[in-house]
Design a binder for this molecule. Structure first.
Ligand code: DC
Length: 221
């Protein structure tokens, strides 16, 4: 039996916006009774802090320093530097600024370090993001990469972002897909050993069930 380390007790769920990651990851963690980490919320928290401090999100040096110095708790709520920003991190303003923040290597280095620390503290768990299986936890026991058609992803996101029109959401997703996939550091890619799941015409329950089967096969449940 291999020794279970926090790294190989991780269930990594990656994929683009609107692929169903958050819903599936939360449900899998609840079913397993393990901790859950939304790493997108961490990048969003850095963008929020920069905007709130009047720092240009493009200022890589300053934003890197803000990320290194901030206190951050991501659970059911997102609390950054003592401020509850759970609602604000989902705003269109933060959503627009987050890609450039997520492309900043200093921010990535800092957040990846905190994500690994989180896994040690929680003895593993379900972690969702873009680079979880490829970069953060290459030794993860289970790696799932969720996709869905562009139209389906835009429909799902516009149901969440009621203040934005469908066309606006679709354009925003396309812009973020491009930025996330073409950035120099840890771009959105499918890890070699990840299981690719197209969620377009599958129900949440079906996808959750499939991930739970992979978890059981890996000997984690
Ligand atoms: O999943 P989300 O939409 O909340 O992610 C917000 C942004 O953060 C998105 O533009 C991609 C980026 N991100 C990332 O680069 N790496 C991660 N592990 C998670 C999110």
């Amino acid at each position: 039996m291999p020794v279970l380390t926090p790294d190989n007790r991780v269930v990594a769920i990656d994929g683009p916006a609107g692929s169903g990651k958050s819903t599936v990851a939360r449900a899998v963690a609840a079913r397993l009774g393990t901790a859950y980490l939304d790493t997108g919320a961490m990048y969003r928290a850095v963008a929020f802090v920069a905007m709130r401090s009047g720092v240009d999100p493009e200022d890589a040096e300053l934003v890197g320093r803000l990320a290194a110095g901030m206190t951050l708790e991501v659970s059911d709520r997102v609390v950054v530097n003592g401020v509850d920003a759970t609602i604000e991190v989902r705003s269109p303003e933060v959503t627009r600024a987050v890609s450039v923040v997520a492309a900043n290597p200093r921010v990535r280095e800092e957040l990846v370090r905190r994500q690994r620390e989180w896994a040690v503290e929680h003895s593993g768990g379900v972690v969702e993001g873009r680079d979880i299986g490829s970069v953060v936890f290459p030794g993860a026991a289970v790696k799932v990469y969720l996709t869905a058609s562009d139209e389906e992803r835009a429909v799902r996101r516009s149901q969440e972002m009621l203040e934005m029109h469908y066309d606006e959401v679709a354009a925003d997703i396309a812009r973020r897909d491009h930025a996330d996939s073409t950035r120099a550091h840890a771009p959105l890619t499918v890890a070699e050993d990840a299981v690719l799941v197209d969620t377009t015409s599958r129900s949440i329950d079906q996808v959750v069930q499939l991930v739970l089967e992979l978890v059981a096969e890996a000997g984690l449940a």
